[in-house]
Write a protein that binds this ligand. Structure first.
Ligand code: FA5
Length: 347
């Protein structure tokens, strides 16, 4: 009986070694190990064997099946490898060619600057509040103590979305309405910034765009003074531009602050000598600022006898221009990849 098994293994070895396709391999699988295979057929002898003979016979059957199984597995692996090689050889692709580099996107310079401003202000205890791009004229003008005949309300200066007897909706002309919305909702002490877009019918020039970005700041508490405003802006400027940054406060007028000021920083392009970027003044205006007007407190129901506050609004685009030496604001909106790549784009 043992010889018979050996003979089957020998036959299987020859046939399996010569197999050329998966189809042939499947046929050999059923021929040597399937239900109707010669080996399985031997099981019929089992009934005529003594109980002592059966275990040895069973082991022989199992060993033979196992050996043929191994041969079949090896053949299958060999066929798979051949198949893969054939596919590669006949393919149009050159698998040795290096891959195309993937360009990694980065943050826009305006986002980088806005995030830096937020980090500096949060480190000073400010919270970030969100405002709305579309505002009503009450929050953009009235609540900010802006008279009905103020020139900024003019159709030629403000982009109105809806303008009729019942309501005026507009693209906010500054981020200051966010101050009102915060003061309507929260009681002092208040210490917030609110960055976002602002819209004005300004003509494009190197420092003006009809859509630009501002960051509003507002602090309301007992005993807040103009010195707190100066110190806060001073810290922000030093953190953004370094300790040597040259800035100045100029008296100004805003209906919603009293006293009011504008803050300029020395022009990066000409180091203060005068050029087209700074319109030959040597300075670039970055902030409007001042002490919150008592009328504004009255509009939002904050006791102006008890509380004082300061507010400011800075131009994020202009800060980006100064920080990254961008000579024209338009470059921030053109989405030219050669320009944007200079910031954080990398491979
Ligand atoms: C205002 O918008 C006031 N709301 C700022 C303010 C807030 C004053 C709180 C007092 C208290 P102003 O119009 O000066 O102020 O604008 C503030 C800054 O926004 C400017 O200094 C400038 O940096 C930027 N800015 C204004 N208009 C444009 C524009 N068209 N393009 C780019 N930046 C601009």
């Amino acid at each position: 009986m043992k010889d018979k098994f050996q003979e089957i293994i020998k036959k299987a070895t020859i046939d399996i070694e010569n197999v050329q396709s998966f189809h042939e391999l499947n046929n050999l699988k059923s021929r040597f190990t399937g239900k109707k295979s010669e080996i399985k057929d031997f099981m019929k002898y089992l009934s005529s064997m003594t109980p002592e003979e059966r275990p040895a016979f069973g082991k022989m059957v199992n060993d033979t099946l196992e050996e043929i199984g191994k041969l079949l597995e090896e053949a299958e692996q060999r066929l798979q490898e051949n198949d893969y090689e054939k596919t590669i050889k006949s393919s149009q692709f050159d698998y040795t060619m290096p891959g195309r580099p993937v360009l990694r996107g980065g943050k826009h310079p305006l986002t980088l600057v806005q995030e830096q401003i937020e980090d500096v202000m949060i480190s000073m205890g400010f919270q970030v509040a969100e405002g709305f791009d579309i505002e009503d004229d009450y929050h953009n003008f009235d609540a900010l103590n802006t008279p009905k005949d103020h020139p900024s309300r003019n159709l030629a200066d403000t982009f109105y979305v809806v303008k009729n007897h019942d309501e005026d909706l507009l693209l906010r002309t500054h981020t200051s309405p966010a101050q009102i919305r915060v003061m309507e909702k929260y009681k002092p002490p208040i210490k917030i910034i609110s960055p976002g877009r602002a819209y004005r019918n300004d003509k494009f020039d190197p420092t003006h765009s009809p859509v630009f970005h501002q960051c509003e700041g507002l602090v309301v508490d007992e005993g807040i003074s103009f010195k707190d405003l100066r110190d806060t802006i001073d810290i922000l400027l030093k953190k953004m531009f370094g300790k040597g940054c040259k800035s100045r406060f100029r008296p100004h007028f805003f209906p919603f602050t009293e006293p009011s000021a504008e803050v300029d920083v020395s022009c990066f392009n000409c180091a203060g000598k005068g050029c087209s970027t700074c319109k030959n003044s040597g300075w670039i205006e970055l902030f409007g600022a001042g002490m919150v007007h008592p009328n504004v407190f009255d509009m939002v129901g904050i006791d102006s006898e008890k509380y004082t506050g300061f507010a400011f609004g800075c131009g994020i685009d202009r800060i980006a221009m100064l920080k990254f030496h961008i000579p024209d604001i338009r470059m921030l909106f053109e989405n030219d990849i050669r320009f944007l790549q200079q910031f954080t784009f990398s491979r």
